[in-house]
Ligand binder design. Sequence first.
Ligand code: ITT
Length: 205
Amino acid sequence: MEQKVIFATGNEGKMREIRMILKDVAVTVLSLKEAGITLNVEENGSTFGENAMIKARACAKVADGIVLADDSGLEIDYLNKEPGIYSARYMGEDTSYRIKNQNLIDRLAGVPDEKRTARFVCAIAAVMPDGSERVTEGVIEGRIGYEEKGDGGFGYDPIFYVPEFGCTSAELTAEQKNAASHRGRALEKMKEELLEEGIWSRREE
Ligand code: ITT
């Protein structure tokens, strides 16, 4: 039977991207829901890496096999890197992204292009069955737009303008976003490490 990996996330948008990025690895990726696991962890770390590890360790306590977790968020320079590690909790977990995105646009009213710099950051944590741990990070630089654009991706994607593509990350195809995004880069690094160590192998074509 194929090796199993549990991805300790309840975010469907992340999960879609993760499945695509790992599709060439010979593993079956299960979400928390698919693994029948409910986690109730307090993400009380002070960095993306710490929070990713908190989620991965909590899941590893109750799961078999390799556990991965993602902690990510949007840092806006003009707002002193808010919402940062509080990106999911910003204005409340249940507030819609239409409202969160508009609020961030409003807070940047009158701020010129060169001061609208921002980045998405992602840390991926892994806990192995032998208890050993790994963390990788990825970043994508961009700017906060003036209105929501695009309906791809999730969360803050419609207001995150990516200069190298000339559009928001919600206007990218899933392939384009995964090739350039914070999550794509962090997970690609984790994939390369685990392939190199022989823990994972590539899927036969
Ligand atoms: P899990 O903890 O269950 O994985 P979560 O959504 O609570 O899900 P985080 O604590 O890592 O996850 O918060 C990440 C938030 O950052 C996410 O909810 C979005 O608001 C934002 N975010 C992260 N990556 C993003 C992306 O690729 N596009 C848009 N927004 C993103």
